[in-house]
Design a protein around this ligand. Structure first.
Ligand SMILES: Cc1ncc(COP(=O)(O)O)c(C=O)c1O
Length: 287
């Protein structure tokens, strides 16, 4: 799927192909920046406020001072969809780096951050959402600040590639056996009617969809326990599922070649998927 023709660069709109960056750009050379991926359904953002809030938390954490306010970013992101006449299911990728400057680890002085955003079409992955996916487990070798949506994604990239090479959709990451999250999604285990997931601390990205999953669970009076679970617990799970802006709520039916529950998406996962569709105002799954 190609990028829509109008992109946002700094606070201006321009043609996609006219954006160019110098070699000495801190996002490019150091991964010195942060990003967001925001879901769009039928031309409308889903959870935009949550994403913009997280963007600013990430910026603050790495000491990038963006002069543009939250309100202005929100206005610009909405304009980006309007200017592209975007009416479909899609996503926006937005990135902020510390800027363009001669290569030096130390922050440059008086250099404005580089900001850009573009829109792409992204149909819902109904096959995986309906039927579920397989995963592998892998050691989480990332740093201690995974709550920052940093451009440094090498461990995530390698984990996801390993999953792909093993014919799987995602890699479930663990630290000393305690499951944190997946390479690009949050992960949850269901046992005896309760949902378990890693606490939202520095070891995971606080997913915008995760926040909704918690709310749906509370609304449905399903206990949502931020106690975490271990790799060993996975084999005894009734259900397992993951969440992200692009994967929505996706059932996991197999992990490390072991069947989860009865090998089919479970009832609590289905209830949460239904709540998600209602919340995002999208059509129901045909299950
Ligand atoms: C490592 C990681 N965890 C969790 C998520 C889910 O976050 P969200 O629900 O905000 O898309 C992502 C999304 O890209 C991610 O990269």
């Amino acid at each position: 799927m190609s990028i829509y023709p109008i992109i946002m660069s700094q606070t201006k709109f321009m043609q996609r192909d006219s954006l160019s960056y110098p070699y000495e750009e801190r996002g490019l050379q150091f991964g010195d920046g942060i990003y967001e991926v925001i879901r769009i359904y039928q031309g409308n953002y889903y959870l935009l406020e949550e994403h913009v809030d997280r963007l600013f938390r990430s910026l603050e954490a790495i000491k990038i001072n963006l002069e543009t306010s939250k309100e202005e970013i929100t206005r610009l992101l909405n304009q980006l969809l309007e200017r592209n006449d975007m009416k479909k299911d899609g996503k926006v990728y937005l990135q902020v780096s510390r800027g363009s400057a001669p290569r030096d680890h130390v922050f440059p002085e008086d250099v404005p951050p580089n900001l850009f955003a573009y829109v792409k079409e992204l149909p819902r992955n109904l096959e995986t959402i309906q039927n579920g996916v397989s995963t592998i487990t892998q050691r989480d070798v990332r740093w201690e600040n995974c709550y920052i949506k940093s451009l440094n994604l090498l461990p995530n990239v390698l984990a996801k590639q390993e999953a792909k090479e093993q014919g799987c959709y995602e890699a479930i990451l663990h630290r000393d056996g305690l499951v944190t999250e997946c390479s690009s999604s949050n992960v949850y285990l269901v046992k005896d009617g309760k949902i378990y997931t890693h606490t939202a601390n520095n070891r995971i990205l606080h997913g915008c969809v995760r926040m909704r999953v918690e709310k749906f669970a509370v609304d449905m009076k399903i206990p949502f326990l931020e106690e975490g679970f271990s790799v060993e617990d996975i084999s005894m799970a009734d259900e397992l599922f993951l969440s992200s802006s692009t994967s929505e709520i996706t059932p996991i039916i197999q992990s490390d070649n072991q069947q989860i529950g009865n090998g089919k998406p479970g009832p609590i996962t289905r209830q949460l998927q239904e709540a998600y569709e209602k919340d995002a105002l999208i059509r129901k799954l045909e299950v």
